[in-house]
Design a protein around this ligand. Structure first.
Ligand code: DC
Length: 232
């Protein structure tokens, strides 16, 4: 499909700053923003509500009707599942863990791929996830891979969770983060990895506005595709 505005893909591990950076960048460019991790989390909430055990041998068969019927929408910063606001449950570390487990399944990835491609097809969108530049939109006009040192990522994620009222220690967060990264990067299908043509941005020593600026500079400096971008 022809698009007149670019797709900006941002991939990376847990706590690299993807969500905050993607949201901020989208706002500055006047683009829309798609958080694909939240889509997997929405599915995890639906699976949990249906009482699905991720260890069940027939897990994919049990998930099939849920996948077929799932309706995930964003209303600003709110996540709607079948029209119901589930935002308060999205940050739950158990939901993140279940999302990561379910995201390794072929049927889950195929469904999410279709939903994500449909949502981003027209361009003018910043999309964040694990496989956006590699699998979902390998032809994205801009691809970034956001990373940071693991201790820094754990501290950021810990602060985020504490701010949301989740009671958890830094050590636990570090352990969960390592486990989730290993699973997301180690799976057979669409694993977390840097696309060969992605620009790596290490946010270890950068704050959010600095990262947003670094990405924005890259985007606005490339003439031709910067048509249709809003300059502030
Ligand atoms: O970005 P996040 O932490 O909200 O993502 C939750 C999980 O969803 C993550 O551990 C792996 C999965 N995920 C994925 O497999 N592919 C994506 N594009 C985004 C998330």
């Amino acid at each position: 499909m022809m698009r007149t505005k670019p797709i900006i893909a941002i991939d990376g591990p847990v706590g690299a700053g993807k969500s905050t950076v993607a949201r901020g960048l989208a706002r500055e460019l006047g683009f829309s923003y798609l958080n694909t991790g939240a889509m997997y989390r929405g599915l995890a909430i639906a699976a949990r509500e249906a009482g699905i055990d991720p260890a069940a041998p027939d897990l994919e068969a049990r998930l099939a009707p849920i996948l077929a019927a799932i309706r995930i929408n964003f209303a600003g910063d709110r996540l709607l599942l079948g029209g119901v606001d589930v935002t308060e449950r999205v940050a739950d570390p158990e939901i993140g863990d279940l999302a990561s487990r379910l995201s390794a399944l072929a049927t889950v990835r195929a469904r999410m791929r279709d939903l994500q491609r449909a949502a981003g097809a027209e361009g003018g969108v910043v999309i964040e996830g694990r496989d956006i530049g590699t699998v979902i939109f390998p032809d994205a006009e801009f691809k970034f891979y956001l990373d940071a040192e693991v201790g820094v990522r754990a501290r950021r994620r810990h602060a985020e969770l504490v701010a949301k009222g989740v009671s958890i220690s830094l050590g636990e967060v570090l352990e969960q983060l390592r486990e989730r990264d290993a699973r997301d990067a180690g799976r057979a299908l669409a694993p977390l990895k840097r696309a060969d043509d992605a620009i790596v941005v290490d946010s270890t020593a950068l704050d959010i506005p600095a990262v947003i600026n670094a990405l924005k500079e890259r985007i606005l400096s490339r003439s031709g595709v910067s048509k249709g971008l809003k300059r502030n």
